[in-house]
Design a protein around this ligand. Structure first.
Ligand code: C2O
Ligand code: CU
Ligand code: CU
Length: 847
């Protein structure tokens, strides 16, 4: 009987290792409780073979036993001490996030401290004692308080309060929403009732320490050392920071790292639920943690069906619609110096408000006041050649600071248009630099402090098409479509207010959810909704820009035809990649070659954005309704905005993979499908383009950067994106830090080649972007880069729980100064999900 239970427990923990909450809790509760002793669980991963020893207040051993698969039973002994400490040493467990077996050595282990009263109460009630990393911190703090002269009650309360305030309060969606978590929520981690829910939660917490180690990039067996350091950090009631590597500098903050670790765990848990395949045991365990597993899955299925049905209806409708507006072709600006052949160009971009833009849609037109450059109706295109010396003037006629950031450009930091060099209202600035990088679909947009989202949303952005000898030769050799078969498509979602006298104003951050990433319910392509483009029976080069504030798209054609991706953010791919759909996060670009040569005149082909599965876990799916919604709001640097999804209770908003706002019925979510535009085949021609199969070897992208040449090859620079909870609510951060214009976060040597590892320990996908150069992706989620990941990238989506490893070569002559890295969901960036890295010894920011 006992044997089979242990077997079940162990095998379950193997199955679920690294995925979510540990193994089936229901099977870990023995059906009979020995009346003679104390039951306990040792949970840092269920520890097997640990020596569990009870000491009285004088340090005298009074009982001892050995744990088996995380459980133990202590023989009865006389309770004649004021308190007892229970300590484990030795044994081994399977680390949940890495799957490795950790054997404990020396004195490391878990601990707890129980008063005589608690001990006897637990015995009477046949409750479990749970030992977790947090009980260990609790016991150590209590012992120190006792040593300092506190009486037992004071010592205990002080330690509990510290843990409650610094490690638990606001730190975990699970702990906030877990109604049954009375014991642990109070901060009293000493005892855990025999309910499976409490043991499951204790396990869940213990596993978060496994995530923590992974987040910190430390080996799992150092967890006990880190527990000690966390205890040291919170001892004085301040979060001074932890010196992880003992180099004398404080690296991380205890409450933030534990909070982030729990977020990571929560992400795993929710995405597990969303993905469906849960075993009965997992279902039970998640149920006991407070997740309404069935409701989530059912709702996900019905939402998915509803979205699919909507898209199908839209496709049927727009396929035959006779009222689609004609696609606007974006205007290319003229070089102001008049000489179109020299390698110099001057352009002026005047940022204006109150430009009355006509929005054409299949259902008619309306006027929307927008902000534009040069009072134009539409975003402009600047074309340049590699080697060109650019002079780009910004004339800021907005009522606020602005800048122009040159997104994807390899230029000195001082010319990069970051918030550290603002251009005040009414002022002008000249950006001067040379185009010293391969042909690429670049772009530009404002980047002022905390206002980037608003200014871009209102309409300030432009396209910068860089060409070089290779791209031009491919065009003249007819290895790439060109001329009027080269179309730039700017995709942006917007939300419009109801019409008043033919005018529909843009709505920005008018709803609680908007601060989590502004999503519109209408998708515009070059300023129109579902436009059409007449095409010939030929191949077309479509330069596809996702310049939305927050939305991801999964571009495809309605007949699922394949296309060739020929370029990514930073230039042509060495080899075109054939695909049937491609996901672009905010700020990502691709150039695709769509082939209409096999279509007949009269055919209509829709470009769509497919419905994405996305985890649509809602906080509203937590069973417990008593969460404290007062701490659930999101307070970014802009303050005040609320994120409904964290409110628990009956909130039906949620977040999940693909940054979908799953539960918001009637509101566009990132996983929703759209018809983007239509291609009407109206003329039969002989297609004369034979697409290139590989670039000449002189193309930089033909050579992969050798990661072993990186200055930090053994120790990649780490960026962890999280949505952390502080006392004021939720914030979006990288490496636990909110953007500070006067702080440089990372220091990089002149001319260095560096490997960066970008991890997403949050519940939604984030497009990570870094300025300065174009990057090569080495690995995605631990697997070598393939396909379009082999192109130059300046922005890439990192999925919840995912990681992307990149390599960057900083140019010693160009890359100097302070550049930013950030999430390109502009509302996250504005809320502080951004930092500075300094290349070289001097910069333009702060010290
Ligand atoms: Cu397109 Cu720092 O941004
Ligand atoms: Cu940029
Ligand atoms: Cu983000």
């Amino acid at each position: 009987m006992k044997q089979s239970k242990i077997f079940k427990l162990v095998s379950l923990s193997v199955i679920t290792a690294g995925l979510l909450v540990g193994c089936g809790s229901s099977s870990s509760s023995p059906s009979t409780t020995p009346s003679s002793g104390l039951l306990g669980a040792v949970l840092k991963g269920p520890i097997d073979g640990a020596t569990v020893t009870v000491y009285d207040q004088d340090g005298k051993e009074v009982a001892s036993t050995t744990s088996s698969a995380g459980l133990f039973t202590l023989k009865k002994f006389n309770l004649d001490s004021d308190y007892y400490t229970i300590l484990t040493t030795g044994g081994s467990y399977e680390d949940e996030s890495t799957g490795t077996t950790v054997s404990m050595t020396g004195t490391e282990g878990l601990e707890t401290l129980l008063s005589k009263a608690e001990f006897s109460e637990m015995l009477t009630n046949k409750e479990y004692v749970a030992m977790t990393p947090e009980t260990t911190i609790f016991a150590e703090l209590t012992k120190e308080n006792l040593k300092a002269g506190d009486d037992l009650a004071t010592a205990t309360t002080k330690a509990e309060t510290l843990i409650q305030d610094l490690l638990i309060k606001n730190s975990s969606p699970v702990s906030q929403l877990q109604g049954s978590d009375k014991v642990l929520k109070k901060g009293n981690l000493v005892k855990a009732g025999a309910s499976s829910a409490t043991i499951a939660l204790a396990k869940n917490r213990a596993i978060s320490y496994s995530n923590l180690m992974k987040d910190l990039g430390l080996a799992p067996d150092r967890v006990f050392e880190i527990i000690t350091k966390i205890k040291e950090d919170i001892k004085d009631g301040k979060e001074d920071g932890i010196d992880l590597d003992d180099d004398g500098t404080l690296d991380v903050n205890a409450s933030e790292v534990t909070s982030n670790a729990r977020d990571a765990l929560f992400v795993q848990t929710t995405s597990r639920i969303s993905s469906g395949n849960l075993s009965e045991a997992e279902r039970e365990e998640l149920g006991s943690l407070g997740f309404n597993v069935n409701a989530t899955q059912n709702r996900n299925v019905s939402e998915r069906e509803a979205r699919d049905a909507n898209l199908t209806a839209d496709i049927a409708n727009y396929k035959v619609s006779t009222t689609l507006p004609t696609l606007n072709i974006l205007k290319t600006m003229r070089d102001e110096d008049g000489d179109l052949t020299d390698a110099k160009a001057t352009y002026t971009l005047t940022a204006n408000t109150d430009v009355n833009v006509t929005i054409n849609t299949p259902e008619g037109s309306w006027v929307t006041p927008m902000w534009r450059y040069n009072n134009e109706q539409l975003p402009l295109i600047i074309r340049a050649n590699r080697g060109d010396a650019m002079t780009l003037k910004l004339d800021n006629q907005l009522k606020a600071d602005s800048t122009i950031h040159w997104h994807g450009f390899k230029i000195p930091a001082i010319m990069d248009g970051g918030p550290d060099v603002p251009v005040a209202s009414g002022k002008t600035k000249e950006y001067r630099f040379s185009m010293l990088q391969p042909a690429a679909p670049l772009w530009f947009h404002p980047h002022p402090d905390m206002q980037t989202g608003k200014q871009v949303y209102m309409g300030l952005a432009g396209v910068f098409l860089l060409e070089d000898d290779i791209s031009k030769k491919l065009e003249t050799d007819k290895n790439l479509p060109s001329g009027n078969k080269d179309i730039t498509l700017l995709v942006q979602d917007r939300r419009f207010a109801p019409e008043v006298n033919g005018v529909r104003a843009l709505q920005y951050k008018t709803m609680a959810m908007d601060s989590d990433g502004m999503l519109g319910d209408k998708v515009l392509v070059n300023g129109s909704i579902v436009p059409k483009l007449n095409v010939k029976t030929a191949q077309y080069r479509l330069r596809l820009y996702n310049v939305s504030n927050a939305r991801n798209y999964d571009f495809a054609f309605d007949d699922n035809r394949s296309f060739k991706v020929v370029a990514t953010d930073g230039g042509l791919l060495n080899e075109p990649v054939e695909m049937t759909s491609i996901t672009l996060g905010a700020a990502e670009r691709v150039e695709i070659v769509a082939d209409f040569s096999n279509d007949a005149v009269g055919d209509k082909v829709l470009m769509i954005s497919r419905v994405t599965a996305g985890g649509m876990m809602n906080m509203g799916d937590m069973n417990s309704g008593n969460s404290n919604s007062g701490t659930g709001g999101m307070n970014g640097r802009n303050g005040g905005s609320r994120m409904g999804g964290m409110n628990g209770g009956n909130s039906n908003s949620g977040m999940g993979q693909q940054n979908s706002m799953g539960g918001m019925t009637g509101m566009a979510s990132s996983g929703q499908g759209f018809v983007i535009m239509r291609f009407d085949v109206n003329e039969s021609v002989r297609d004369d383009v034979t697409l290139y199969t590989s670039l000449p070897s002189t193309a930089e992208i033909a050579t992969r950067i050798d990661p072993s040449t990186a200055t930090n090859a053994d120790n990649p620079r780490k960026f962890v994106m999280t949505m952390a909870r502080g006392t004021s609510g939720m914030s979006f951060v990288i490496n636990n830090k909110t953007f500070d214009m006067n702080r440089v976060d990372e220091f990089i040597a002149t001319g260095a080649t560096e490997i960066w590892e970008v991890r997403n320990a949050s519940m939604m996908a984030h497009p990570f972007h870094a300025h300065a150069v174009q990057y090569q992706i080495l690995e995605r989620d631990g697997k070598p880069a393939t396909g379009t990941d082999l192109g130059w990238k300046d922005t890439f989506l990192v999925q919840p729980g995912g990681s992307v490893k990149i390599v960057a070569k900083f140019d010693p002559l160009i890359n100097v100064g302070d550049y930013m890295y950030h999430c390109h969901i502009l509302e996250h960036e504005d809320a502080g999900m951004m930092g500075y890295f300094r290349v070289g010894a001097t910069g333009n920011v702060g010290n």
